[in-house]
Design a protein. Structure first.
Length: 122
């Protein structure tokens, strides 16, 4: 079976990406490779990369209680956003109307409704 995408990293939603990235940078010994007010990425894109996304009115999960479920999404790299999006939509993903930066990445939903992103980062 031929892969449609490459694993590019994992991102955690939070209210302060820089602060949470600082914690994980210290914990894992990773360097910040990208930083903005809305997103911080540690390491290089790929299996060891880890991102942190600012979410307005973030509510942390209440694990193990299910009152507020875990909040995270996966990142996948493609060579071409339009072609990658079409291929992934073709296997059952859906595309929400809201796309924060469609020129940089596309947010899609898996068949169970979990969000994930496609980008050309890797």
């Amino acid at each position: 079976m031929s892969a449609l995408a490459r694993y590019a990293g994992f991102s955690l939603d939070c209210d302060d990406p820089a602060a949470l990235a600082g914690f994980y940078a210290r914990l894992l010994g990773l360097e910040i490779s990208y930083s903005s007010d809305e997103f911080v990425y540690l390491g290089e894109p790929g299996p060891t990369g880890l991102g942190f996304v600012k979410v307005d009115k973030y509510v942390p999960p209440t694990w193990p209680a299910a009152d507020v479920p875990k909040q995270a999404h996966l990142e996948f790299g493609v060579d071409d956003l339009d072609a990658g999006e079409a291929a992934v939509l073709g296997i059952g993903a859906t595309k929400p109307d809201f796309q924060p930066q469609p020129d940089r990445w596309r947010v899609l939903l898996d068949p169970a409704g979990h969000p994930f992103c496609l980008s050309t980062a890797v």
